[in-house]
Design a protein around this ligand. Sequence first.
Ligand SMILES: [Zn+2]
Length: 246
Amino acid sequence: MEGGKDKMIATKEDLLNLSPLGVKGTLISEEEIMRWFGLLDASWVHSGNPKDPHAELTSGYCSNGFFDCLRVLKYVKLSHILAHQLKLRLETAMGKSELLKIKYTIGSPMAAITFAHDVAWEAEIPENMFLEKDPANPKKMLWKRIAIPEGYPVLQIEELITTSHTTNEVERAMREGNPCPINFVPYIGAIVHRPPKMVGGYGGREVIALISKEVWAVPPEECPLCKQGSKKLRPKTNWKELTGKN
Ligand SMILES: [Zn+2]
């Protein structure tokens, strides 16, 4: 927060009362945003103590950390505040004039759909659209409802990047589904970037994220926490037990 008028948010109630206009133009630190996620039970990182349980991801892999952006994004004001924070960082990375040239934001399903819309609003990007999951194969995406004209600069938005899978799948689906070539700008906007080993970007595009953190995920047979006797739990259904919050 800006020096002098330090307004660290202390409680969930304070956070939910935060006004987007009140923090407009103020760069909020990664540490502070990370604390907001904690206040909303939207993030968890393992303590290192094998007596504490660890996370079992949807993929079946074990992990020492977990983020659920929907627990933050469901609050409309917070979604706008985070979108504004991302706009400020994109502006620094690309320059204001390049950001203003972007014609489209694209959100991947599900959580990034509304967030990409908020980023478009905050950054004055005129159009926003989203991909959808292929009903025949939920790991695949479809781009079929809208045709983006050739040359239009397109900014991809993700709420959470763990591996390159979704990021690359969005690119593949759009390149295959659009009638003419897609002009992706060399940046991807994200709320959380949490790869096992920090990388700057994917396929020549740099990730601009509000939170960047290394979180590992490994098959259960390679999991150091399983080996030490730590219990593995699915975060979505065992949040209280996993985080030790009651
Ligand atoms: Zn494990």
